[in-house]
Design a protein around this ligand. Structure first.
Ligand code: GLV
Ligand code: MN
Ligand code: MN
Length: 413
């Protein structure tokens, strides 16, 4: 059985693979990501597992005797992080899965650890591409042209990672990533990333639903004019309109109330000078909710508010929905079983929905019975260098996952 110390030690080592700067920055296919990937492969081999990459750099860490295409219990999370993220988001579920897969290697129960290459959408504007590849639902030739902030294409970045041993050969143009294993069930361990467990003094959450989201890009076009000479009443200031839209998004989130949230994640203005009234501005807007109808209403109301603000200010607006996921229910049967097990083990726990998106959404959407478990996040902080979960709490989650897998094994025997 792996120890609390081995879990913590491997998490520390994984956190060291980061670009310079605060927190952990490991963006898909970058140097830190490739080094972490190669390190994970070596760790898996040292524990007697095979490490097999797919064509986009997802990893399976598995019993070498499992034949390609085997039906497995898929246990894992993602390797990438947001910019200046924390040490546990994705990493916890990845390391716990590695250790559990190694522990169960000779058990006859086919638990395989998956490590998705990308979940966050932090480098290329495409979240959850990794898990879509893992599930055979991604056609790489369709994403190749997407560019990161430095103009590097997804295809170029992947080819460089492949040359370093972090991905299998590309499939033919138009073909999907070949699936290496078939998931009979899926489980992801994750930090909560919010304040619920800590506030209630609980140690574990059984997640029964994951919020959906919509991401919209607003492009505002006003009139660039001299900032010293253009009277206030004659301006069509694109940035001032954007600012009002940011506040409208905040009001919408507050008025909707939990579990609805609305965020303006970025804004930029052109030409971006002290002495020019901004002629153009770009905003990144996001709404999330656990109910499909409420999510659609938030998207609609945000669009209406943005258009009304732009019209009142004489600024043109183009609103484009860039990405979205539907609210996703997880397996009710697996959730009920996990809740009963947690009660039996006297672990303070609760059932909850996830406000954050996760790889598990894609498994559930593909019809795989899927479940997530959360452990507490200190202060509810995540997507930040301040992300922290006590080693003991990480251990409780992993030990519970071990018991849950044992229950699945009995049930499926
Ligand atoms: C992923 O962390 C997301 O919820 O955006
Ligand atoms: Mn995240
Ligand atoms: Mn995550």
């Amino acid at each position: 059985m792996f120890t609390l110390e081995s879990l913590s030690e491997k998490l520390d080592r994984l956190a060291a693979f980061t670009a310079p700067g605060p927190g952990v920055t490991r963006l898909v296919y970058d140097d830190a990501w490739c080094e972490a990937h190669l390190w994970l492969q070596a760790e898996a081999r040292a524990l007697g597992l095979a490490a097999t990459c797919d064509a986009v750099g997802n990893l399976w860490l598995h019993n070498p005797e499992l034949p390609p295409g085997a039906r497995v219990i898929a246990l894992g999370s993602h390797l990438d992080t947001v910019k200046r993220g924390g040490r546990f988001d994705g990493a916890y579920g990845t390391i716990a899965a590695l250790l559990l897969a190694a522990e169960l290697r000779g058990s006859g129960f086919p638990v395989a650890a998956f490590v998705t290459c990308e979940e966050e959408g932090s480098r290329f504007p495409m979240a959850l591409t990794g898990v879509r590849g893992l599930l055979g639902r991604l056609v790489p030739s369709e994403c190749e042209g997407a560019r990161d902030a430095n103009g590097v294409t997804w295809g170029e970045a992947l080819a460089a990672a492949r040359a370093r041993g972090c991905a299998a050969p590309a499939p033919a143009a138009g073909a999907a990533v070949p699936r290496l294993f078939d998931a009979a069930r899926q489980l992801e361990l994750h930090i909560e990333q919010g304040p619920v467990l800590e506030s209630w003094g609980d140690k574990l959450a059984v997640v029964d639903r994951i919020a959906g989201y919509r991401r919209l890009r607003a492009r505002l076009t006003g009139e660039a004019r001299h900032a010293g000479t253009t009277p206030m009443e004659r301006r069509h200031d694109a940035l001032a309109a954007a600012a009002e839209i940011v506040l409208a998004a905040e009001s919408l989130g507050r008025a909707t109330g939990a579990p609805g949230v609305a965020t303006a994640g970025f804004a930029s203005a052109e030409p971006g000078l002290y002495n020019v009234v901004p002629g153009a501005a770009t905003l990144g807007l996001e709404v999330r909710h656990t109910e499909a109808e409420a999510l659609a209403r938030m998207e609609r109301e945000l669009g209406e508010a943005a258009r009304a603000i732009a019209q009142r200010r004489g600024v043109a607006i183009e609103l484009e929905t860039k990405a979205g996921e539907e609210p996703t229910p997880l397996s009710e049967e697996l959730a009920a079983q996990a809740l009963a097990l947690a009660a039996g083990m006297a672990i303070p726990h609760r059932r909850m929905a996830s406000g954050a998106g996760h790889d598990t959404m894609a498994f559930a959407q593909a019809g795989v019975p899927a479940l997530m478990l959360f452990v507490p996040s200190r202060g509810g902080i995540s997507h930040s260098p301040d992300e922290l979960t006590k080693a003991r709490d990480l251990w409780v989650g992993a030990a519970f996952a071990r018991e849950l897998l044992a229950a699945w094994r009995q049930e499926l025997a």
